[in-house]
Structures are given as structure tokens and as C-alpha cells.
Design a protein around this ligand. Structure first.
Ligand SMILES: [Zn+2]
Length: 203
């Protein structure tokens, strides 16, 4: 395995660990798809987590502006799924700090008590996957409303759907891009037409 794993090597890790599954899935939004990905199933194996986060750190390091910020850089995750990636990236880059937000029953995303970005702080947002982008969008808003400057977005897997949010000109780094087939509902779903059993997924 290279320091920067190829798309095929990343996909192989996901398949070997059960993180990437073929079938017929329904997302909470109602989308149907032929593929489902749950990256934590790969990240539970420390060596794989290390391979993926070191690879992602090298993508970030290749960006001259971000490289220059590393000693002051914060690596921030929008949820616990991004934590192993955030710590791995921070360690490999020797960046300054890692923190994350959480959701408290019904209220939006927030930081732990006394955990706040400082004004002008440079932040790379990190997560295991970019799919809808809703968590990352909320995280970005929370950081920017507290004065931080989000300078990039880094995810292990980019799996865009027809509903993925735009991040404008924010640089996006990823190790592998997966193109699943998506259907907006059961009526338009070819897998439903074939009568394939449907699995509902939570996230
Ligand atoms: Zn279907």
C-alpha cells in the first residue's frame, strides 16, 4: 500500500471490511440506491484507519496554502464518524488541534462547553464521507458564525447524490469517489421494479 492509496485500493479496503455493500437500499430522505457505504466499518481496524487518514493528509499537504497553515491548523469533525479521520489527519500533518461538534436532543449542532474556535482560526473540516453534505454544511455555518475561517473540506469518500449540497469555491479533498445509482423514490427505482428486497438504512 502506498502512502497515497489509489481509488482501487480504497474500494478494496471498503469491500473487505463490509463498509461498502451492494444491494437495494432506501435512505431516510426516500432515495433508493444500489450501493450503501458505512465507513466506520472500515475505520474500526486501526491499520486501515491509519492508511486512509495518512492518505487524506497527503492530499491536504499537497495544497501549498494549507501546508503553510499547518502549525496553526484546526481539524474539526461534524460528528463522531469523522473522529478517527480527524485524529489520523492531525497526527500525520502535525496540525495544532482536533475538535468536533455534537447534536443534543432536538437542538442543532453544538460544541462542548468552553470549546469554541478563536476568531480567524483556520479550520479544515474533516469527515469520513461526503454524501448529502448536510452535516458539513451545518458545521461550516457553526464555525463561521463563531469567527473561524474554513479553508478546506477533506473526506475519505466522496459519494455525491442528486441532493448533495454545494460548498462553492471551498477546496474539496477526498481519497476515492464512488458513484452509486440513485433513484428519487420507489416509483422511479429500477431495483424496486425488479422486486429486489429493500433494506432501509438510518444514515
Ligand atoms: Zn427501490
Amino acid at each position: 500500500m502506498h502512502l497515497l492509496p489509489t481509488q482501487d485500493e480504497v474500494v478494496q479496503i471498503l469491500r473487505d471490511t463490509g463498509a461498502l455493500r451492494d444491494g437495494h437500499f432506501e435512505y431516510p430522505s426516500g432515495l433508493h440506491s444500489n450501493e450503501y457505504l458505512q465507513v466506520p466499518l472500515a475505520m474500526r481496524y486501526y491499520q486501515h484507519a491509519r492508511t486512509l487518514s495518512v492518505g487524506l493528509s497527503r492530499r491536504l499537504r499537497a495544497h501549498a496554502e494549507i501546508r503553510a497553515m499547518i502549525p496553526q491548523l484546526s481539524i474539526v469533525a461534524p460528528a463522531t464518524g469523522g473522529l478517527p479521520v480527524a485524529y489520523g489527519v492531525c497526527e500525520a500533518l502535525r496540525a495544532r488541534q482536533v475538535y468536533w461538534a455534537e447534536r443534543a436532543d432536538g437542538r442543532g449542532m453544538r460544541f462542548r462547553q468552553y470549546m469554541m474556535p478563536t476568531p480567524g482560526e483556520n479550520v479544515v473540516l474533516v469527515d469520513d464521507i461526503l454524501r448529502s453534505g448536510s452535516n458539513l454544511t451545518e458545521m461550516r455555518t457553526l464555525l463561521e458564525s463563531n469567527g473561524a475561517e474554513v479553508v478546506g473540506l477533506a473526506v475519505v469518500i466522496y459519494q455525491p447524490t442528486p441532493e448533495t449540497r454545494s460548498f462553492g469555491s471551498l477546496p474539496l479533498y477526498y481519497l476515492a469517489k464512488l458513484d452509486a445509482r440513485y433513484y428519487s423514490d420507489a416509483v422511479s427505482c429500477e431495483l424496486c421494479k425488479k422486486g429486489l428486497p429493500l433494506e432501509k438504512v438510518w444514515i
